[in-house]
Design a protein. Structure first.
Length: 362
């Protein structure tokens, strides 16, 4: 008779191993920056062996002493140094259950207390793929219980009411780092932390779901409207094909007209240039040669003072870049000059040029 297999499995998959892998995955997810940012942390007020008090915050496996005393519903007690045994372990790069099993073996080997009284806590100092440094704190449940009872009696004698749930902490004498022992009042604080983290994650998931719904719904409606508009446009395009063709022809003709107008506006009309020169050139100056190339005008003539003429032209509106390609030469009481400048007509002058080029009267 074939023996029954009582191990939890489904389709050849070990459900117990699957649960461990899932728990390990959730523990790794809890270390993500986004999840850690959504995880609240609550401080604990600790009573020190020497009689003082501090406020300490446990966050991501590390502890941090906060400045001053803050109001918090969680209280704890730091064990004296003579009640805690500290050990450092060097382990290979293990994770999850493998790391816990290796630490448990070392704890059993280093334990000086009875097995049923063992109480220990661990903290990973440095971790890498090559190895990791683990710090252990060992003590006895009987010693902790006696110390808690003495502390409660001391508070009653001082007129204080002992806390119902007191956390048990330990401070490393060399590094000053704090560590929490499990199984005492810290369970209430951890449960509250997990509860509020789940609430925050649920709120984030709800916000994401609402955002996706708000983003998808208009998109679907818009897709339907686009499809409907496309069908109507296709039908309208078929009906309006002759009109569209005529419009394209008219648009091409309009572009040609605009190009012609721009060309006419940019070209210098000789009659207009002569009109401006007549306005700008003094009475005692005569132009013998006039050369127009686009907006550049080159004039050659005679004048009493070529330098004064260049300065006079440079002050006139629309005339820039006045220069003398050839030096002026003196003949009797006059100078023969050769001056070149750029003529930029104003808006009114441009309209006059276009009118003159088309042959219409202003």
């Amino acid at each position: 008779m074939k023996p029954l297999n009582l191990s939890p499995s489904l389709f050849g998959v070990d459900l117990r191993q699957l649960g461990q892998d899932w728990a390990q995955a959730l523990a790794l997810m809890a270390r993500w920056p986004g999840v850690r940012w959504l995880t609240p942390h609550f401080a604990t007020r600790l009573r020190l062996p020497q009689g003082g008090q501090i406020t300490c915050l446990e966050k991501n496996g590390h502890t941090q002493v906060l400045p001053g005393l803050q109001d918090t519903p969680y209280v704890g007690l730091v064990l004296p140094d003579d009640l805690v045994l500290w050990r450092n372990l060097k382990l290979p790069g293990l994770k999850g259950d493998e790391l816990d099993a290796a630490v448990r073996l070392e704890v059993d080997r280093l334990n000086p207390f009875p097995a049923d009284e063992l109480l220990w806590a661990q903290r990973t100092q440095t971790a890498s793929d090559a190895g990791q440094q683990v710090q252990l704190a060992l003590t006895s449940t009987r010693l902790v219980a006696d110390h808690l009872a003495k502390d409660s009696d001391k508070q009653r004698q001082s007129g204080l009411i002992p806390a119902a749930m007191t956390e048990v902490w330990a401070q490393h004498p060399a590094t000053g780092q704090y560590m929490v022992f499990s199984g005492f009042g810290e369970t209430t604080r951890w449960q509250r932390t997990l509860r509020w983290r789940n609430v925050n994650l649920l709120l984030v998931a709800l916000i994401v779901a609402v955002g996706l719904a708000a983003a998808v719904t208009p998109s679907l409606q818009l897709r339907y409207r686009v499809q409907q508009a496309h069908d109507e446009f296709t039908q309208l395009q078929t009906q309006a094909a002759p009109a569209v063709k005529a419009r394209e022809q008219m648009s091409q003709l309009n572009n040609k007209v605009q190009q012609l107008q721009a060309l006419v506006g940019q070209r210098m009309v000789p009659e207009h240039v002569l009109l401006l020169l007549t306005r700008y050139i003094p009475e005692d100056t005569y132009i013998l040669v006039l050369d127009i190339k686009e907006s550049t005008v080159n004039i050659t003539g005679v004048t009493p003072n070529a330098t004064a003429l260049m300065q006079h032209l440079g002050k006139q509106p629309g005339i820039t870049k006045v220069k003398a390609p050839n030096a002026a030469r003196r003949e009797r009481d006059r100078e023969v000059f050769n001056i070149e400048f750029v003529l930029t007509p104003t808006q009114e002058e441009t309209a006059t040029q276009a009118t003159a080029a088309t042959g219409s009267k202003p």
